[in-house]
Design a protein around this ligand. Structure first.
Ligand SMILES: *Cc1c(COP(=O)(O)O)cnc(C)c1O
Length: 383
């Protein structure tokens, strides 16, 4: 890299990675575009589909609320209002009935649909091709955690999709470098346009021909990405094995069902039993006392966050509220051993037992109604 003195601008390492990942994950079809991160990639991809819609009545970006704030922010950067649908209790991704109800009602006002492939789960992309056809609304897939997920047919998740599919290489994802993103589409023309948009809107020479920004990946990041690709299969198999061990060892908790041939697990997401939901904070405190850190992706869910209470709209979100209130994110990392999983499992069990005793000695807590959605006075719920 130093000898060549090429450090960015789709240099040879980034070009090499784009070819490698296309071959390894997408069966050599379509095209890949490296990006500085997934949020910028989402901004560009959404911008592309709303171009020409300026001044029109299309003002919504339809998406689930059980996700990271990035997709909603990318919509806001495009002057769209996030419109949240509920999720399915089965796979924690956008619920088709909820989504379809909003599509039927507001299709003339929806500029883009941004589904989230929850935690790398292989959502049904055929349905989103159908959405594009039936409602003539473009779809941008937030597949932030899915780079490395393999669908049932053996191809990488996203393969063949005609819209943009956005992946992240942030350090919290399974395919992690530090910061990085990837755009895939079966539509090579779309990828060409997005490449120009991520490079100041330049055409061939330094001549801006459209709206753009700087969304490029550096050569150093591309080097890390290429290295990550080398032993990625083995690492993913290992992560899956550890998640299986969690599942077997913690029948007290419930897990996302398995669908993909291989899900690129970024961490281990589990649900507490309903009666434990009000005690999640205490459970996590006890786990931390035992030396085990945990998190709550995604609680508060996006519609509950201050900025989006003010700027987003949503339909009824009972499943999102319920799942967000019970989610418990357990550690998972490349170098993790089975013994370390057992250590985490022991801490979870101890914290659950303690909470169980707490609930049984104070009957009024037993009668606790479970998670009560926080009052959201400024939240604009659609009729
Ligand atoms: C991590 C994540 C993003 C953002 O990815 P960055 O590369 O950090 O910008 C977007 N959406 C979801 C669902 C994520 O989990």
């Amino acid at each position: 890299m130093e000898d060549r003195a090429i450090f960015s601008n789709f240099g040879p390492i980034s070009a090499d990675f784009e070819q490698n990942v296309k071959r390894q994950m997408f069966g050599g079809t379509g095209d890949c575009l490296t990006a500085c991160n997934a949020t910028t990639a989402l901004m560009i991809a959404i911008r592309r589909v709303v171009e020409g819609e300026r001044g029109s009545r299309r003002r919504f970006a339809l998406m689930p609320s059980f996700t990271f704030a990035a997709a909603a922010q990318a919509a806001m950067w495009n002057r769209l209002t996030p419109l949240f649908c509920d999720i399915s209790p089965l796979d924690w991704s956008a619920d088709r009935a909820s989504e379809q109800e909003l599509l039927e009602k507001y299709h003339q006002q929806i500029a883009v649909v941004v589904p989230y492939a929850t935690f790398g789960y292989a959502i049904d992309l055929e349905w989103y091709e159908e959405v594009q056809r039936r409602y003539a609304i473009p779809v941008v897939i937030d597949a932030a955690a899915s780079l490395g997920t393999i669908a049932d047919d053996g191809s990488g998740f996203g393969t063949g999709f005609s819209g943009a599919v956005i992946y992240s290489m942030h350090v919290t994802k399974s395919f992690s470098t530090a910061e990085g993103g990837l755009i895939y589409s079966a539509d090579t023309g779309l990828v060409r346009t997005l490449r120009s948009m991520s490079n100041f809107g330049f055409g061939e020479s330094r001549n801006a021909t459209r709206m753009g920004l700087n969304g490029k990946m550096s050569e150093v990041s591309a080097l890390l990405a290429n290295l990550r690709l080398e032993n990625f299969g083995t690492l993913m198999a290992r992560r899956s094995h550890l998640v299986d061990l969690y599942r077997e060892s913690l029948p007290e908790l419930s897990f996302q069902p398995r669908k993909a041939h291989r899900q690129a697990h970024q961490f281990t997401s589990a649900l507490l039993p309903r009666e434990m939901a009000p005690h999640r904070g205490g459970i996590q405190l006890e786990m931390r006392r035992l030396g085990v850190d945990s998190a709550n992706y995604f609680s508060p869910h996006v519609a509950e966050q201050d900025y989006f209470r003010e700027h987003a709209q949503h339909t009824a979100l009972p499943v999102t509220d319920d799942i967000a209130s019970r989610i418990l994110t357990l550690p998972l990392y490349d170098t993790m051993t089975e013994d370390e999983v057992r250590e985490v499992v022991a801490a979870v069990k101890a914290a659950l037992t303690q909470t169980d005793q707490l609930i049984s000695i104070s009957p009024e807590k037993r009668r606790s109604p479970g998670h009560v959605s926080p009052e959201l006075p400024s939240l604009r719920r659609l009729p």
